[in-house]
Design a protein around this ligand. Structure first.
Ligand SMILES: Nc1ncnc2c1ncn2[C@@H]1O[C@H](COP(=O)(O)OP(=O)(O)OP(=O)(O)O)[C@@H](O)[C@H]1O
Length: 317
């Protein structure tokens, strides 16, 4: 006779476990081609193992997006997959009668959200939440979405609307190197880790053409300026200044060539994010002229940590 304790039946628990194990073996060893499961709700039974095995099989087959009901799971390919983000593909998802029937993609989410705005008589704001651990690809995904809207949220018939969208696109894209220079740093997990949160608002007019954008930032990890974990670095901007300032600028900003700063560890790491020129260029495009930039970069002001953290304890001016 089966014993029942506090309404709990250990015998049925054991049976359930056994049947789950059988289901699991049947699923993983069976006919199902795991990489073809494009929605994790089709995984049966749903366990950590089956879900991970399915994602792993898709990753091995170079398939980086998988639906999980109405959520999209994006895997970081850690390599360029150019055809996955081409303007042609953006247009294909935009023109599809039912984009959700195409392969799972971040463009499906972008298009679905765009249609939600369009289909409502009284437009309601739509939000896309991009979340994941450090290095998962959130910044990359947000950039993809911005590029997608810059392509689709314009009227192909109107040259003027196209020009406006192009200008906004350029400004949005130019805001990235600036924000990344001042707010990103090299960490153990990600060479270009955002050390702040972002709310990016894309503004559409009544005919759903993009007419503006705003970016709000949150919770910048300010402590990084004076304290960096082992093998990590300070914000990119300080290395950019040290590596990229001209001779004149060094004089102006009291920044001797080759000076070492205790608050700028691991300067020998050479990253593509260390390019001062890119930041300056992007700032110019955003309307921050050279004199204003110089004021920002003056060592005594924005780059004060360089003064305080000099290795030999020498004051710089
Ligand atoms: N879809 C993708 N295709 C190619 N490379 C990618 C993709 N997604 C991410 N990566 C690569 O992974 C790196 C880390 O991605 P990203 O900076 O977007 O992560 P994150 O989630 O924003 O990290 P953090 O929270 O640390 O800022 C990128 O620099 C890029 O090289």
């Amino acid at each position: 006779m089966l014993q029942q304790v506090n309404g709990h039946n250990p015998g049925s628990d054991g049976q359930a476990r056994e049947s789950l194990r059988e289901d699991l073996q049947k699923f993983l060893g069976g006919e199902v081609l795991l990489h073809q499961l494009d929605d994790l709700t089709k995984v049966n039974p749903v366990t950590l193992e089956t879900v991970l095995r399915c994602l792993q099989a898709r990753y091995m087959a170079d398939t980086f997006y998988t639906n999980a009901g109405c959520t999209l799971v994006a895997l970081n390919p850690f390599k360029p997959v150019l055809h996955l983000y081409s303007p042609e593909l953006m247009r294909e998802y935009h023109a599809a009668p039912q984009p959700q029937k195409l392969k799972p993609h971040v463009f499906t989410v972008g298009e679905q959200t765009y249609r939600n705005v369009k289909s409502l008589i009284e437009p309601v704001n739509q939000s896309i939440v991009v979340s994941g651990e450090s290095g998962a690809g959130k910044t990359w995904t947000s950039r993809c979405l911005m590029k997608f809207y810059a392509v689709v949220a314009t009227s192909p018939a109107s040259w003027e609307s196209h020009k406006i969208a192009e200008r906004i696109e350029q400004r949005i894209l130019n805001s990235n190197p600036v924000m990344e220079a001042f707010g990103n740093a090299c960490t153990l997990r990600n060479n270009n880790s955002s050390r702040f949160g972002k709310f990016i608002q894309l503004q559409l007019n009544r005919t759903q053409q993009m007419v503006g954008a705003a970016v709000q930032t949150y919770l910048l990890e300010k402590t990084r300026v004076v304290c960096q974990a082992f093998s990590e670095r300070n914000f990119h901007i300080f290395y950019q200044i040290c590596k990229g300032a001209s001779e004149d600028e060094r004089l102006q900003w009291h920044l001797p060539e080759g000076a070492a700063f205790s608050w700028l560890p691991n300067p020998e790491k050479s990253l593509e994010e260390d390019c001062f020129e890119v930041t300056r260029e992007a700032m110019l495009h955003l309307g921050i002229d050279t004199p204003t930039q110089n004021n920002i970069f003056k060592v005594r002001r924005k780059a004060a940590p360089l003064t305080f953290g000099r290795d030999d304890g020498q004051p710089l001016s």
